[in-house]
Design a protein around this ligand. Structure first.
Ligand SMILES: [Zn+2]
Length: 262
């Protein structure tokens, strides 16, 4: 994929156009749609943005106000990260706004095209419902999940697509407390089936941080984020151009708080 993506990336640099991959070609319904349709775009901004603004005013919510869903591509990487963290503040404060958005309108507006502002690489753990903990909904975030949140080739390919074609501005690699995959790697016991295929990916974090579960999980998030930055020419290229940010994070199951891991 990398040579194809590099070519697409070059194409992007040359003329600023979306590469020859339709956002709908990998995920979701397979209707062909023009990459840009200004009139449709402003309609979205008006309807969805208006709905959000009305909601915010009506609820008197002043902090961590959500942005209109389809102004996403205009966000900088720092703003995209802030938007995720603001969503997590609303989640921990139990002041969710995404559940009040009109899902029918959001669904209708994203049938043909998606413009997620952020991507998240998370563990498959059922206690980490990614959209919910960031107070996001349909079309907002591009989520890849895998036990142990590792940057495997397939995950990297998916995140490259998210960044290059869909325009995600930040990739958050998120570990979480009490992670079974990291715990099992630390224990190093025999396991049935192919479960042990996870361990080699997580072992470098255990080697680095030792047997403390939280320390190893945070180290794993950092190592996987670094892998994304280093092993993908697409991602490293976008990072160099300040069009993308890759950060490691840690989700605390007890408090619901997402914190960045430096
Ligand atoms: Zn986990």
């Amino acid at each position: 994929m990398s040579s194809q993506s590099d070519a697409a990336n070059d194409d992007l640099k040359r003329n600023g156009n979306t590469p020859d991959l339709e956002p709908s070609s990998v995920c979701g319904p397979h209707e062909t749609v023009a990459p840009e349709n200004p009139s449709r775009r402003s309609f979205f901004k008006m309807t969805v943005g208006g709905a959000v603004a009305g909601l915010v005013t009506a609820a008197g919510v002043e902090f961590a106000e959500p942005r209109p869903v389809l102004a996403q591509s205009a966000l900088s990487p720092d703003e995209a990260l802030q938007q995720l963290m603001d969503g997590n503040k609303r989640f921990t404060a139990e002041r969710l706004t995404s559940d009040a958005l009109d899902l029918a309108i959001l669904k209708q507006n994203t049938i043909e095209k998606q413009e997620p502002f952020a991507a998240v690489l998370s563990c498959a753990d059922s206690r980490v419902p990614v959209e919910l903990i960031f107070d996001q909904t349909i079309g907002h975030i591009f989520v890849t999940r895998l036990a142990g949140n590792m940057a495997t080739s397939e995950i990297i390919a998916s995140l490259e697509y998210g960044a290059l074609v869909l325009g995600t501005k930040v990739i958050l690699v998120m570990g979480h407390s009490n992670c079974g995959a990291v715990k099992a790697t630390i224990q190093g016991k025999q396991v049935p089936g192919q479960i042990s295929a996870l361990f080699p990916h997580i072992q470098p974090a255990v080697d680095q941080a030792g047997p403390n579960l939280e320390a190893a999980t945070k180290a794993n998030a950092k190592i996987q984020a670094a892998l994304l930055r280093q092993s993908s020419t697409v991602i490293s290229g976008l990072v160099k151009e300040n069009k993308l940010k890759v950060v490691a994070a840690y989700y605390d199951l007890a408090t619901g708080v997402v914190s960045l891991v430096d």
